[in-house]
Design a protein around this ligand. Sequence first.
Ligand SMILES: *Cc1c(COP(=O)(O)O)cnc(C)c1O
Length: 412
Amino acid sequence: MAFAILSRFTAESFSDGELRAAVEAAYADVDAPAIAPLSQIGAGEYLLELFHGPTLAFKDIAMQILGQLFAKALAKRGGRATIVAATSGDTGSAAIAALGGLPNIDVFVMHPKGRVSDVQRLQMTTAAQANVHNIALEGTFDDAQGIVKDLFADIEFARQIGLTAVNSINFARIAAQCVYYFTATAQLGRPATFVVPTGNFGDIFAGEAAARMGLDVARLVIATNANDIMARALNDGVYAAGNAHATLSPSMDIQVASNFERALFEASGRDAAWTAAAMGDFARSRRLELPRAVLESLRARYSAFASDDGETRAAIAAVHQQTGRIIDPHTAVGVAAARRMGQNGRSGGPSPVVILSTAHPAKFPDAVAQAIGAPPPEPVRLSGLKNLPERLDVLGRDTALIKRFISSRLTA
Ligand SMILES: *Cc1c(COP(=O)(O)O)cnc(C)c1O
């Protein structure tokens, strides 16, 4: 399935044989034979388990294939690349797992200092490869993402270091994430309502991309934590940034969702001039009133629900009590949204509800313990991390400083 879908995007760059080999290699190190298995947790209610890869979060699914394709492209065309990634916790470790140790590549990962879980930090900072560079940024995820955008905007610097993105700004991520919308629908045999724990809007936009490729999708449901800018945009028609709140689901502690620009572009009937003007206004005023036609188009495809930490804990406890299964706090935000939607009679009728289960609970043991009284068992992939030395540099949120740091550390 991954080959069939990705080959629609990569035909100019890779032969069928190269893409097939990359897909095989990307999914060789997944702890589930189905790669993205579906499991039922209630009547017409399923989890799509996307956390069986090397770093135990769904980011692996796209990042592993991206790493394979980067290595292949650089080998073919020569040259080097500098990857700079902003992470709310899971993108960083997935990028390091996919790119650490590859030739001709340096990987710089910026995480917001003190705002990722201990397991998430250790997964990044204990990487031993010389081409991996961790930055603990004194700021929020949005500050880190803003710096990455600034680096790209300095075209001369970007060209000099061969700057490349692996955040979901990079459409290859979205393309790879389309695949599991197709596999889940094929397994269920009918169109589903997908509930997606949302931060940067990449994973859920992959659902829109799948639908635009021809997949019959009943509905896409945005599930957010207290950082509810997306839920407010859909429900009130005003896209307005607030302050980032630290929550039990840190990978979704994001205010400005990069990929929402893509959904706005589509909802405007692909009006590039309007989209550019609207994003310009938003960058200045941090507020955008959505025109009626754009809002109606968004609402035809998406619904949105926000849940706070109390509801997140309650969802972890409820699923545990009903099924014996332990879910992570991001998945729990999805379950809370799905169940609220059911109560409101807005589930879109008889379509099955598929909640994207985006992380393994062992990445967030404190949140799980708060909900059910004990942390989840530690999987083999995480055992021993605490005993390894950590490597990281703490830096202020200053683009010029980050530029100097990057230039001084390049190995490739
Ligand atoms: C990144 C992440 C999300 C949010 O995905 P987006 O594509 O940023 O919307 C949700 N859950 C987990 C565990 C994540 O790592």
